[in-house]
Design a protein around this ligand. Structure first.
Ligand SMILES: [Zn+2]
Length: 68
């Protein structure tokens, strides 16, 4: 699974830290959607769902685990 990362000020570490959260593997879902649509399986709905759930997740400090 892809990982999303960004720089963010951590209040616990009191400095800029690398924050990360698990991301959605769009390439994998894209391929699966193209293949499975031939079998009338709407995989893109799973893809949209996974992306929507991922938006709700927050980034965490990679050092202390502080939630953004
Ligand atoms: Zn931290």
């Amino acid at each position: 699974m892809a990982v999303k990362q960004m720089q963010h000020f951590c209040p616990t570490c009191k400095m800029q830290r690398l924050y990360s959260k698990p991301g959605v593997s769009h390439i994998l879902h894209g391929i699966a959607s193209l293949v499975l649509i031939n079998f009338w399986i709407p995989w893109f709905l799973v893809w949209i769902g996974a992306t929507a759930i991922n938006w709700g997740k927050s980034y965490r400090c990679s050092v202390c685990g502080q939630v953004e």
